[in-house]
Design a protein around this ligand. Structure first.
Ligand code: NAP
Length: 257
């Protein structure tokens, strides 16, 4: 195997940005994929300036061809391919009475479709390269237990645990491990938006909205994106070689299983 190469989707901000920076620090050449080119360019520049190897690609993960092209382009650019982190996702707040076919289809096509295309494209590439690798998917604590107002999002994240288990079984013979990470409440633009919506609905402040999510965390603080990146670093590296099909909770103690 040549150099270690990791592709991270949704790498232009939040958890994906932290994962890209952490994997670069771990010695990976990183390919940053996102639907807004400026955002992935900024993160790629920061990684390059810090001495890492980074490449940015504009792609919409709900578009199968985009995802296949991103994997192909990454492999051509760096000369190898080892890890995909299917991190991109959207999180609409949807009390059950507000769910529409449009919200359902869009969310599932990004959160679930994007992960399925990522697994398909990455496994094809790894099999062609005749070496194993790691596939890592974003689930959530909301994919482990029902969270009020997140019917659609929760459904998409429960589905990720299923897809992770089925593909782990299918791809093991190619030496490909498939695992997922389940963050809790992470301070990112996505979480700020959710807390603001909950606060607006209740006529309360942003701080109150955030508190509704943080009050039940055993460790008593919100997660930083870097907490999640550390978990992904483990799943991307050799210390998790004997683990597949698992969805790791990294939530500060919210869900106990
Ligand atoms: P975020 O701040 O909203 O960042 C997500 C990134 O994904 C954005 O840069 C976004 O690009 C990109 N993206 C969205 N749809 C895309 C698409 N169709 N194609 C390509 N890129 C797309 O979210 P985050 O909080 O870092 O979350 C990252 C992952 O962790 C998500 O899967 C999320 O569900 C999961 N998660 C987050 C939390 C949390 O508390 N934050 C908790 C559990 C799980 P644009 O900015 O251009 O739209």
């Amino acid at each position: 195997m040549g150099k270690k190469v990791a592709l991270i989707t949704g790498a232009g901000q939040g958890i994906g940005e932290a994962i890209a920076k952490r994997l670069s620090h771990d010695g990976f050449a990183v390919s940053l994929v996102g639907r807004t080119k400026d955002k992935v360019d900024r993160v790629a520049n920061e990684i390059t300036q810090a001495g890492g190897e980074a490449y940015s690609i504009k792609a919409d993960v709900s578009n199968r061809l985009d995802v296949f092209n991103a994997v192909k382009e990454t492999t051509a650019h760096f000369g190898d391919f080892t890890v995909i982190v299917n991190n991109a996702g959207v999180a609409p707040t949807t009390p059950i009475s507000t769910v529409t076919p449009e919200i359902l289809n869009e969310t599932l096509s990004i959160n679930l479709g994007g992960v399925i295309w990522g697994i398909q494209a990455a496994s094809k590439q790894l099999i062609d390269l005749k070496h194993g690798g790691k596939i890592i998917n974003a689930s959530s604590q909301a994919g482990q237990v029902g969270n009020p107002n997140l019917t659609v999002y929760g459904a998409s994240k429960f589905a990720i645990r299923g897809v992770t288990q089925t593909t782990a079984r299918e791809l093991a013979k190619y030496d490909i491990n498939v695992n997922a990470y389940c963050p809790g409440i992470v301070k990112t633009p996505m979480m700020d938006e959710i807390a603001q919506k909950v606060a607006d609905n209740a006529g309360k402040s942003f701080e109150w909205g955030m508190k509704q999510f943080s009050k039940d965390i055993a460790l008593g603080r919100l997660s930083k994106p870097e907490d999640v990146a550390a978990c992904v670093s483990f799943l991307a590296g050799p210390d998790s070689d004997y683990m597949t099909g698992q969805s790791l909770l990294i939530d500060g103690g919210m869900v106990f299983r």
